[in-house]
Each structure stands twice: as C-alpha cells, then as structure tokens.
Design a protein around this ligand. Structure first.
Ligand SMILES: *[C@@H]1O[C@H](CO)[C@@H](O)[C@H](O)[C@H]1NC(C)=O
Ligand SMILES: *[C@@H]1O[C@H](CO)[C@@H](O)[C@H](O)[C@H]1NC(C)=O
Ligand SMILES: *[C@@H]1O[C@H](CO)[C@@H](O)[C@H](O)[C@H]1NC(C)=O
Ligand SMILES: *[C@@H]1O[C@H](CO)[C@@H](O)[C@H](O)[C@H]1NC(C)=O
Ligand SMILES: *[C@@H]1O[C@H](CO)[C@@H](O)[C@H](O)[C@H]1NC(C)=O
Ligand SMILES: *[C@@H]1O[C@H](CO)[C@@H](O)[C@H](O)[C@H]1NC(C)=O
Length: 419
C-alpha cells in the first residue's frame, strides 16, 4: 500500500488556483488520449492538430451557471458517473459520482463540494476537508492570451476544439463545442496527478439560481470523526507498503495495508501503470503495534507524507477504496482487505505506553523484510496473476505475495531481502 488515487487527485484540484496565478513557460504534460479512452471507454480521436487552421476558432465562454451529467476520471482511473452543479456568481460547485468498484463489486458514492472558503470530499458518508481547497473558476484560463489552440478532437462522436494552457506546475486542457465544455482536464506536475471530466450531452446553462441545499455538505462534514466503539486493545498488525528505494523505514504519515488490502492496492496500481510513475520500487512487510480504536482513514501521499483529513492521533482504517459503510472504518473487511493510515500525531515514542488517551497509537515493532517490487511483480508473476484473477479474494495472487516474503530463494517463489 502507498498513496494514490482519489486523494491525490483532490490535491491536484486544490492546487489549481494557486498554480494559475503565475503562468509562465513550462513543459506541457500532453493529454494521453489512449489512457483517457481506456478510462472512459469512449472513442476519442484526434481530427486535427490546429496547424492547418487559418485562424483559431472563437474562444469559448462557458456559462457561469450550469448543470450537467458527467463522467469523472482521476489519474486515468474512472471515478464514475454523476452530476455536476456549477455557480460562478455564488462561488459554489459540487459534483457527485457513483461507481461499482470492479475488483470488489461494491459501490462507492463520492461527492465533492467547492465552497467559497472550504472544500470537502465525501465518500460513502465519510467527509474530509481538503486543505487549501476552495471554489475556483474552472474555465477562465481558456481566455488567457497564453492559452493555445490545439485543433479538433472527437469524443464519443462529439467534435470539439481543444485548448491548452501550460503553467509552471500544471497543464490544463479543455475541449469545447461552442461554449459547451465536452472535456476538462488538469494535470499537476507537483503531485503527478490528473483529474478529468467529460461533460455529457445534457450540459445546460441554468439561468435561475439553484436550490441552495444542493451545495450543503452532509452533516458528517461538520463533525469531528469518532473512533470505533468497543474495547481498547493493542494488537500487532502485519502491514505492507510499496515505496521508493530511499524511503525504507519511513512509514510516518503513510498508508499501509493488510495482506489482502495490499494485493488489492498493488493490483489496482500496477494495472494502471502507476507503479513506474510513482517510483514504488520496493515492498516492505512490517509488524506494527497499534491501538485498535480505529479513526478515520486518511489518504497520504509523498515523502515526507502529507495526508488528507484532520490529522488526529488514532490509526485510520478503511476497507480497500473505502467501499463499505462509513468507509469500512469499523466493519469486518476480511473479504476485501483493509487499509490503514499511520498519523505522525499518534506515533508512540519508545518506552511509552500505547494508549489512545496518551495519543500514543502506533509504533513499529519490526520491519520484517523488504523486497524488490520487480521480483514480486514480474519475476514471481504477481502482475500477471492480478490480471488473471481480477477480483477479490485473489487467492493465487495473495499466495504469490506471501511466498515472496516467506522465502529468499527465487526458485521457491521467494524474493531476497534487499536491505
Ligand atoms: C447526485 O446529487 C443529485 C442531487 O443532489 C442526486 O439527485 C443524485 O442522486 C446524486 N447522484 C449520485 C450518483 O450520487
Ligand atoms: C450509493 O448511492 C445509491 C444511489 O443514491 C444508493 O442507493 C446506495 O445505497 C449508495 N451506496 C452507499 C454504499 O452509500
Ligand atoms: C529519494 O530520491 C529521490 C530521487 O530519486 C529524491 O528526489 C528524494 O529527495 C530522495 N528522498 C530522500 C528521503 O532521500
Ligand atoms: C501500461 O503500459 C504498457 C506498456 O507501456 C501498455 O502496453 C499498457 O497498455 C499500459 N496499460 C495501461 C492500463 O495504461
Ligand atoms: C469476519 O468475517 C469473516 C467471514 O467473512 C469471518 O470468518 C470472521 O470470523 C469475521 N471476523 C470477525 C472478527 O468477526
Ligand atoms: C491528543 O490529541 C488531541 C487532538 O490532536 C488533543 O486535543 C489532546 O489534547 C491530546 N491529548 C494529550 C493527552 O496529549
């Protein structure tokens, strides 16, 4: 386990307004039409590159208030279908999505609220504030003199004009049919994450104000997250993490997973080609002593780790992808695996008693072994097995992971310790 996915994408979005304030020359991250086609399952064709145009088409002026059904895509993963509501005048926007998560067959409902002073991300009734995120004008950059015309695309049978804006740490793309957006995409260089929306044909300006309740975040957003009920015990967790070579031993403000949770994570990450981008070169197995009064799971990314959430001391827990009730913080997740977040605020110094009252919620017992990701994924065939099984409970794939850590001998399915 290690950070990726939705959390990272929200970080990209939160960064956008900061990024846009300082346009200058920078490298463009070209929109990967093949990856987008795979994620959306739509036919996407480049009709022209803009060089043949005698004059650029008129720049679009996206309506300041609209409603549309959408498909959302984060880091080339489909986030699902939903509705988008946008109100520039009142600085309110929200969108929601629902999707059947393919490798577990559970449904994940998400919604994002972009409000004048705050931004929230809600997934299966778990709400997290996104730090520094607020409403921003998603479309005004297209009118900048630095925005370049890129020619015509055809997306799901709809022809549109593509526009590109390259900022120092982000690349923005939009494809519009007149004033109607068909595609909007942001890539953040600093977080290496992307977020795209396809606006479906029902996109419509909304001349009348929206019912205000549309932008009211659910009650969870105004409540401090609680720990799970039940007796407090210290247990030793077998935890796995995929990580860069030079961060072995650093699991503060990182996400880890139990065995099945890590199989689900690695298979998802590897199948989307994220593994190479993320430089997740090694996999480590730890025994971690934890206080089992679980708190809200936080998505953590990068080194040193940065997490999305309230940064409270309890060890965070969720079902893989947060697909169960209240994210699976307190549910039995043996069927889909569990993910855990290890907050710096709960790190227990040596000699101190592990207890929630002390804010001493976890410490490393031992790092059992660290292996090379290539040995696991390629040599021992975990990646191929991921593709073949494609769905929990991944019995063969799990066995490959177990053997890789159990043995050092490659002939026995093992991978040697690399540290
Ligand atoms: C999105 O929100 C709208 C309006 O609140 C609601 O009618 C719809 O069911 C929601 N859709 C999803 C996918 O959650
Ligand atoms: C997701 O939303 C759908 C439609 O709004 C609802 O029927 C379903 O119970 C929700 N699922 C979860 C896990 O919240
Ligand atoms: C690890 O290596 C990367 C480049 O390979 C570097 O950017 C980063 O600062 C290094 N991190 C640490 C903790 O040494
Ligand atoms: C991953 O990369 C390989 C080789 O570059 C490519 O063939 C494959 O289609 C990619 N898969 C995804 C899901 O992007
Ligand atoms: C969790 O569910 C599994 C079956 O899915 C069951 O075998 C196990 O005993 C349950 N664990 C707890 C702690 O209830
Ligand atoms: C534990 O952490 C919470 C939240 O960060 C803080 O309010 C509380 O004062 C801390 N308690 C102790 C004993 O340090």
């Amino acid at each position: 386990m290690a950070g990726t996915g939705v959390g990272a994408a929200t970080a990209a979005l939160a960064l956008m307004c900061v990024v846009l304030a300082t346009p200058s020359a920078a490298a463009a991250h070209v929109l990967d039409l093949h990856a987008l086609q795979r994620a959306t399952n739509m036919k996407i064709v480049r009709l022209s590159d803009g060089s043949e145009a005698v004059a650029d088409p008129k720049k679009p002026q996206v309506p300041p208030r609209f409603q549309s059904s959408i498909m959302a895509i984060a880091n080339d993963f489909p986030e699902g279908e939903g509705l988008f509501f946008y109100d520039l005048e009142n600085k309110n926007a929200m969108y929601n999505t629902s999707r059947l998560e393919p490798i577990t067959s559970y449904t994940l409902n998400t919604s994002f609220y972009y409000l004048p002073d705050v931004m929230y991300y809600v997934a299966n009734d778990v709400c997290k504030p996104i730090r520094d995120g607020t409403f921003y004008d998603m479309f005004d950059w297209v009118r900048s003199s630095k925005t370049k015309y890129q020619g015509k695309l055809q997306i799901d049978g709809r022809t549109c004009d593509q526009w590109l804006f390259v900022a120092p740490t982000a690349t923005l793309t939009m494809c519009t049919d007149g004033n109607t957006p068909v595609l909007q995409s942001v890539y953040s260089d600093s977080t290496k994450t992307s977020q795209s929306f396809v606006f479906h044909k029902d996109f419509a300006p909304h001349p009348d104000p929206f019912d205000k309740s549309i932008f009211d975040p659910p009650h969870e957003c105004n409540e401090t997250p609680e720990v799970c009920p039940g007796p407090e015990e210290v247990e030793t967790l077998d935890a796995y993490i995929f990580h860069p070579k030079n961060t072995t031993g650093d699991i503060v403000n990182q996400d880890v997973a139990d065995l099945l949770g890590d199989v689900v994570f690695i298979c998802t990450d590897a199948l989307s080609n994220h593994t190479s981008q993320d430089q997740y070169e090694y996999v480590s197995h730890y025994k971690i002593d934890v206080v089992n009064k679980w708190g809200q799971y936080e998505q953590c990314n990068g080194y040193p780790g940065a997490c999305i959430g309230d940064q409270l001391p309890p060890v965070g827990r969720e079902a893989s992808f947060g697909i169960k009730t209240r994210g699976g913080q307190c549910t039995n997740n043996t069927d889909v695996g569990s993910w855990f977040s290890l907050p710096e605020s709960g790190l227990c110094p040596p000699g101190e008693k592990l207890s929630l009252a002390n804010n001493c919620t976890w410490r490393i017992n031992t790092r059992v072994k660290t292996i090379d990701g290539k040995c696991l994924l390629k040599d021992q065939g975990m990646l191929q097995s991921c593709v073949k099984e494609a769905h929990v409970p991944f019995p063969r794939t799990t066995e490959i992971l177990v053997k890789a850590f159990k043995h050092d001998d490659k002939k026995k399915g093992g991978c040697p310790n690399v540290i």
